[in-house]
Write a protein that binds this ligand. Sequence first.
Ligand code: GLU
Length: 348
Amino acid sequence: MTVRVRIAPSPTGNLHIGTARTAVFNWLFARHHAGTFILRIEDTDEERSRPEYTENITTGLKWLGLNWDEGPFFQSQRLDLYKQAVQTLLDKELAYRCYCTSEELEEMRAAQKARGQAPRYDNRHRNLSPEQQAAFEAEGRKPVIRFLIDDNRQIVWKDLVRGTVTWRGSDLGGDMVIARSSEAGEVGQPLYNLAVVVDDIDMQITHVIRGEDHIANTAKQILLYEAMSSTVPEFGHTPLILNQEGRKLSKRDGVTSISDFQKMGYLPEALANYMTLLGWTPPDARKEIFTLEKVAPQFDFDRVNQAGAKFDWDKLNWLNSQYIHRIAADQLCDQLIPYWQGRAMSLM
Ligand code: GLU
């Protein structure tokens, strides 16, 4: 089997350290197995996606040395493929149109909350008769499309990082929306879980390696693979990057985008090296200065920790200094000039 992995950023912001670290792990895994690393831009959210973010992401990945073998593919150019998949699920009666209004959904959630239950869609439009559908359509309601989720299902997979993971169908929030509302009879804008599965099947992804915030999505996506009669890939969920207080690293902690690290004077080799250590322990813990190429043969998921990885500025600064020390004086001078100029400008 040839390993095929992907990084699938959404261009709704600059390249984030968390996405970049996931890209590093995918890249290392691909190189270790002489596999293929694919870049896919997940830009189906028309309102929030911006070309300048795509530019920032691709520039940042290249700057870090994370060259991709295929892509970039853009989900916005593949909408027909997703719509076809939704139609197939409708034809197989594994998906259906739900005509609930946002007020009805709101009311339903409020009632669940009042009963002390977790909010979920109660599958109320799962078995509408043609007459009921026609009546809703006559009212001018625009349906979303939902995928059936069996509450009684146990979803189990062997995660590359976390071992056996088990989810109950009943914990997935009820039948899931896979396409936004549209005129009756049409298929609206397809949503994340659907598009990802269609793409991962089409691009023959063998290992889906992404942040642990996607675990619940994985459970839903496994059901979609089954519905599309496709082989389920392997999954690996990488630990979150945490701040010093042990909470998820966020904008409030200061710099989180790769272009900002670059502006601060971090070298790409040092940052890539540091990100590799965010959640992965090298076989020889004393040898922690390496290039991505050098470390790729040693990289595997057995040594990726389950616990969140604390971001350690001192360690990053120390690593950066190690790389700076290795630069010849004249080259270092050339590299420093833009920073000095920038500093001078800021003092003017
Ligand atoms: N677009 C998703 C994100 O940026 C990708 C998730 C995935 O890798 O499936 O979080």
